[in-house]
Design a protein around this ligand. Structure first.
Ligand code: KIV
Length: 318
């Protein structure tokens, strides 16, 4: 069955009518995400690692926020994701959870936190839910981890699969290489996705595979596929926030579209700050406290915000 074809036939109405993120936005749940396979619209997922980014992307209407183990590379500056720990993912998860109101929050199980045994996988998935504030976990791999996924799902832990280019296998793959180019390799990726589907995963990330293969996988499984570097025919897309915001300036992977150039904007703004500090233009009178004056810096305005009231940020003036 051509699920993608069906999705494409769903009429697309303009932002105000069809944008799932506006107005009475409901909390995005696992059943709601599953249903998107057939009813659409496509699922928009991004990564986030802190509360400030989480608030912004949640306000923008993303469906899924993933605390990826990509944090090892984009937050910690590591060459790959292998050293990332469960404690680190949970630490970032707790921060992101404080900023997400509507999106579905997923945490990535780090390398060697689930591969050892079904018992280890179940125990650590439980820790992710309890200590990271996650609503689901993601793990890399397919056929080899179907039993692990099944055990988690039976325990009430929703599992997002991840097939194709699985970064935790960077050394086995000989680098971050597109997977599934030959027929044998393509068949293995399809088998991985099918195994996850049968084990009860509620959606599957498909990373770094040819677009035709991603379409084949999407047609072969009953749950939504979420592509990254996998072409247009998945049921959704995911990107690392720093990539699509243009903050990783030295790398331009082919599959990333930069929707902003925040890296340039940050450098320019920081240059202005440096100049104004040096010249004495900043701080101006309005940035200084008097003997009498406003009550607090950053006091919540209380209107039009999706955020819960927050305590004032900074010292009060009384
Ligand atoms: O770690 C991560 O951020 C990911 C996404 C890119 C899918 O796995």
């Amino acid at each position: 069955m051509d699920f993608c074809g069906r999705l494409r036939k769903i009429p697309f109405t303009p932002l105000e009518e069809n944008h799932v993120s506006t107005d009475a936005r409901k909390k995005i749940t696992v059943p709601a995400l599953r249903a998107r396979k057939t009813v659409g619209p496509r699922i928009a997922a991004v990564t986030a690692y802190d509360v400030t980014m989480a608030r912004l992307v949640d306000e923008a209407g993303v469906d899924i926020v993933l605390v990826g183990d990509s944090l090892g590379m984009v937050i910690q500056g590591l060459p790959n994701t292998l050293p990332v720990t469960l404690e680190e993912v949970c630490y970032h998860g707790r921060a992101v959870a404080r900023g997400v109101q509507h999106a579905h929050l997923v945490g990535d199980m780090p390398f060697m936190s689930f591969q050892v045994s079904v018992e280890q996988a179940l125990t650590n998935a439980g820790r992710m839910m309890k200590e990271g504030g996650f609503e689901a976990i993601k793990l890399e791999g397919g056929v080899d981890y179907a039993d692990h996924v099944h055990a988690m799902v039976r325990a009430g832990i929703p599992v997002m699969g991840h097939v194709g280019l699985t970064p935790q296998s960077v050394h086995a793959m000989g680098g971050f290489r597109v997977q599934g180019k030959g027929e044998d390799s393509a068949a293995r990726v399809v088998a991985d996705a099918r195994a996850l589907d049968q084990a009860g995963a509620y959606c599957i990330v498909v990373e770094g595979v040819p677009a035709d293969l991603a379409r084949r996988i999407t047609d072969a499984v009953s749950v939504p596929t979420i592509g990254i570097g996998a072409g247009a025919d998945c049921d959704g897309q995911v990107l690392v926030c720093f990539d699509y915001l243009g903050m990783v300036r030295d790398l331009k992977p082919k599959f990333v579209k930069r929707f902003a150039e925040l890296g340039d904007a940050i450098v320019a703004a920081t240059r202005s700050y440096v100049d104004e500090v040096r010249s004495g233009a900043f701080p101006a009178a309005q940035h200084a406290f008097g003997m009498a004056g406003p009550r607090a810096i950053g006091e919540p305005t209380g209107t039009g915000s999706i955020d819960p009231p927050r305590p004032p940020y900074g010292p009060t003036d009384d």
